[in-house]
Design a binder for this molecule. Structure first.
Ligand code: PCA
Length: 168
């Protein structure tokens, strides 16, 4: 078999990587960040802080105070978060963890890379298209929106980890 065949069918599947924008509990210093760092879930490499190009409603809801970015561009606020490069294993983990496609859908979103204090590996101001876990839920469009999620913020809405939830 040829070198081209080797590169296409042997190397490519191994190095296949995705990029994901996290805006909620998966961000640094948030309650689920440890799952991104746990290599038994796969690999995740921080790339940059970023902000959505379009406004979206970021709401905190359900009795477990879960943050959701609603897939309703043009309403709400431009949302801040972090871009990670992840391998297929981490993508599979996150899909399972986020209850995709039942609780969240994985869609694509356009982002503007922020200025990072030397930690960004993407060019500030560049526009990137990456995966995001979002949801379509018309009822929640009335909720208060946030431009940046912080589980420990003034809103006082304490996030409940999946392993601590009583049956819904
Ligand atoms: N985790 C995902 C979606 C919301 C959440 O809690 C994230 O941080 O992007």
């Amino acid at each position: 078999k040829s070198l081209v065949h080797y590169l296409l069918f042997v190397v490519c599947p191994v190095v296949r990587m995705a990029r994901v924008f996290v805006y909620g509990t998966l961000k640094k210093a948030q309650p689920n960040y440890f799952r991104m760092e746990n290599t038994s879930n796969g690999q995740a490499e921080f790339l940059a802080r970023a902000r959505t190009i379009e406004p979206y409603p970021l709401v905190i809801t359900t009795k477990f105070n879960i943050p959701f970015l609603l897939n309703e561009p043009g309403t709400g606020q431009r949302v801040y978060g972090e871009i990670y490069r992840i391998d297929q294993k981490m993508l599979d983990f996150l899909d399972r963890f986020e209850g995709c496609p039942e609780r969240y859908q994985r869609t694509e979103i356009q982002l503007e890379v922020q200025d990072g204090e030397g930690e960004n590996t993407l060019k500030p101001g560049s526009i990137e298209e990456v995966f995001v876990y979002s949801r379509r839920e018309p009822e929640w469009l009335q909720n208060q929106t946030y431009e940046s999620y912080d589980a420990f913020g003034d809103h006082g809405l304490k996030y409940v980890l999946p392993e601590d939830r009583s049956p819904e």
